[in-house]
Design a protein around this ligand. Structure first.
Ligand code: TXA
Ligand code: MG
Length: 372
């Protein structure tokens, strides 16, 4: 359901105790709701527990995990005693914790190296979801948690998504309803230089919100727009090969209506679908999944073709938070409904739209420019 869970109900408390038993006594990862996406959580201080996250997800060992905390004293306990925060951090913590913001800190010996993939830094966030925070505080243990999907798949935003993906591989899923934000946290590095904050991954806290809280004197740099860096999320496994990301089982195509760069042509929706159909050598009828904004000309063009179209709305153009909330659900739902391809309409890259387009570009095997 969409209703917020009541953490002091006897059944919720019993579930939290069972989760604590799985995490600390059995040392097994469990799935838990956060406000962003569902997480696959394990004791961040215990190397074997953390290694089971990597094996359960099939996650490459060089992709570091986020550590989740429930209080500022818990944060302190994870940091080197000599560390002083850069001036931006208290402002960010004050404004956005608990919530969808992850900050980089120097790693201390409290955290096993497997958790940070041998990086000298550790990514930490304080989630706002009451179930996540209650579990961390009840178990009095920081929890390492990536998204609760097998590596390369879209992130789960409800308990059914997790069950469909990880059934039989984990002992417990805490069901806290649908995630409010729907995309992962914003990952920020404020350690690189004074007065500079780097956004390593756009997410639930927008760049506009970061800039507003930090003030105009702080430079907020967005990865690949303002700077290039070693991109940990898309680090090559073997030279020349990037990790697949956010991909359903069927191909995803990003549809843009903006004028194409010189090397690309604009096509009609008919031609695009005919080509995709022809490239697939299907026995049955070609079924198109469409993830588009409501009242979009793309939807009209798509249903005007003779193809069968299964639709999932990304909400209104003026509400990028809604697109963020619906994106992964849309990809996973259309995939489960048995479409042969998923077309995703590009959204404006402002506010939450930046995180949405970051995920869509990674999920999409190709970009098509459609004339509507
Ligand atoms: O919202 C979220 O952040 C969700 C929920 C469960 O909290 N978690 C999540 O974790 O998205 P995951 O593992 O799917 O993504 C972690 C991101 C990756 O892009 C990873 O490269 C980056 O954080 N990251 C983690 N530690 C890092 C570090 N030390 N330096 C740079 N990037 C780091
Ligand atoms: Mg993930």
């Amino acid at each position: 359901s969409d209703a917020p869970p009541t953490v002091n109900s006897p059944s919720t408390l019993a579930a939290l105790k069972e989760a604590t038993h799985d995490l600390l006594d059995r040392q097994l990862p469990i799935a838990l709701p956060t406000e962003t996406v569902y997480g696959l959580a394990a004791n961040a201080l215990h190397a074997d527990s953390v290694s089971r996250i990597f094996s359960t997800k099939g996650r490459p060992a060089d992709n570091p995990l986020i550590v989740h905390i429930s209080s500022l004293p818990m944060l302190r306990s994870l940091l080197p005693t000599s560390f002083t925060m850069p001036p931006s951090y208290p402002k960010l913590i004050d404004a956005f914790w608990p919530g969808p913001l992850t900050l980089l800190f120097p790693k201390s010996s409290a955290i096993p190296p497997i958790c940070t993939a041998n990086q000298p830094t550790v990514a930490i966030r304080m989630p706002s979801h009451p179930v996540a925070r209650a579990l961390i505080s009840l178990s009095n243990t920081p929890l390492a948690a990536p998204s609760a999907n097998s590596s390369g798949k879209p992130s789960p935003t409800n308990a059914a998504h997790v069950l469909a993906d990880l059934k039989g591989r984990i002992p417990l899923i805490l069901d806290g309803g649908a995630c409010e934000v729907g995309v992962e946290s914003t990952v920020v590095d404020g350690l690189s230089a004074p007065g500079v904050v780097k956004v390593l991954r756009p997410g639930g806290v927008t760049v506009e919100e970061l800039q507003r809280v930090l003030g105009e004197k702080t430079k907020v740099l967005v990865h690949k727009r303002d700077y290039e860096d070693s991109d940990i999320e898309s680090a090559p496994t073997t030279p020349g090969m990037k990790y697949r990301h956010y991909s359903p089982t069927v191909p995803v195509v990003l549809l843009l209506t903006s004028p194409p760069p010189e090397s690309c042509k604009t096509e009609s929706m008919h031609d695009i679908l005919d080509e995709l159909h022809a490239s697939m050598s299907l026995h049955d009828e070609f079924k198109v999944g469409l993830l588009a904004l409501s009242d979009s000309p793309i939807t009209k063009a798509c249903i005007a073709t003779h193809y069968e179209v299964q639709r999932f709305s990304l909400g209104n153009r003026s509400n990028p938070a809604e697109a963020a909330h619906r994106l992964f659900d849309g990809l996973l739902t259309l995939d489960r409904e048995g479409v042969d391809v998923i077309l995703v309409e590009g959204v404006d890259e402002v506010k939450e739209g930046l995180a949405v387009m970051n995920r869509v570009r990674k999920a999409a095997g190709e970009v098509r420019y459609v004339s509507v």
